[in-house]
Design a protein around this ligand. Structure first.
Ligand SMILES: C[S@@+](CC[C@H](N)C(=O)[O-])C[C@H]1O[C@@H](n2cnc3c(N)ncnc32)[C@H](O)[C@@H]1O
Length: 283
């Protein structure tokens, strides 16, 4: 593995090892944006997070799945949801041993230990044979991948013919970024352990190069941007602030960078990309 990827993976692992317990106590099992349509401003953020999963399934037209890979599974919020919704066997992978342990505990608590399992594994070198899954699901993990093409190649490899990839990921706007925008994004990369992000169009091109067909995409920035206002509010509660300080610089920096995220959506620099594609062949 190239040394810069080893270092990035170590940073990602440390970030989620340190932050996941606090996130769960404040925000619950989902470590991703919520979904709000206009007029839904009163919707509870935890409901909005589940809505994002529901909307993704509807938008991609997923009607059934029997073997699911949740790439970047966090503490298993979506994995457990997908197992219940489709009666599917689900495998979740994360770089964080703390997340893996907690996700496994949660599967036991919910009586799903027979159908859902979690592993510490790198999405760029997945420890799975070819053609194992009929749905690969990646909810806010693509932005962490050091090599986006390799990530998509791995998703393609482990999918059965006819299998589907659904992903939602942080993207940047299309077109050449100016120096100020690049510096702005670099500040976000440093705090949230991201190597770089790409545009939705760029993902579409990579998906096509890897061999995927039926590529569809959309931009849900407007529907998810409200999330950061709510995260900032929750971080200002005295008990959460104390916890952030107790956990050290990683989380202090992450808390300070929330404003950067909010502003990036306002400026149209950051985009919430949603993509769906299919591996050619018959299922
Ligand atoms: C923002 S969290 C999203 C968690 C989960 N999908 C959710 O929505 O609740 C990002 C996740 O991606 C995982 N991740 C990042 N890079 C990864 C990699 N190279 N291989 C596997 N997992 C990775 C992290 O460990 C973490 O679980």
């Amino acid at each position: 593995m190239p040394p810069e990827r080893t270092a990035l993976n170590a940073d990602i692992r440390q970030f989620y090892d340190v932050s996941s317990g606090l996130w769960e106590s404040v925000w619950g099992e989902h470590m991703h944006h919520g979904y709000w349509e206009a007029g839904e401003e009163d919707k509870d953020p935890r409901v909005a997070q589940v809505d994002l999963i529901v909307r993704l399934i509807e938008w991609a037209g997923i009607e059934r799945a029997s073997a699911v890979l949740d790439v970047g599974c966090g503490i298993g919020g979506a994995s457990l949801y997908l197992a219940r919704r489709f009666g599917a066997e689900v495998t979740g992978i994360t770089l964080s041993p703390v997340q893996c342990k907690r996700a496994t505990e949660r599967a036991h608590e919910q009586g799903l230990e027979g159908t859902v399992r979690f592993e510490v594994a790198d999405a760029l070198e997945m420890p799975f044979a070819d053609k194992q899954f009929d749905l690969v699901w990646s909810l806010e993990s693509g932005e962490h991948m050091a090599d986006k093409a390799q990530f998509l190649r791995e998703c393609y490899r482990v999918l059965r013919p006819g299998g589907q990839l659904v992903m939602a990921t942080w993207c940047c706007r299309e077109g050449e970024l100016n120096e100020r925008e690049r510096r702005w994004l670099e500040a976000i990369y440093r705090v949230y352990c991201l190597p770089y992000i790409i545009s939705i169009e760029h993902y579409r091109r990579l998906l096509a190069e890897v061999g995927f067909g039926g590529i569809e995409s959309t931009d849900w920035s407007r529907q998810v941007a409200r999330f950061w206002e709510l995260v900032i509010q929750s971080a200002l509660s005295p008990t959460v602030l104390v916890e952030i300080f107790n956990r050290g610089m990683t989380l202090i920096r992450a808390a300070l960078a929330m404003q950067l995220m909010r502003q990036s959506y306002k400026r149209g620099l950051l985009r919430f990309g949603v993509l769906h594609a299919r591996k050619p062949g018959v299922r």
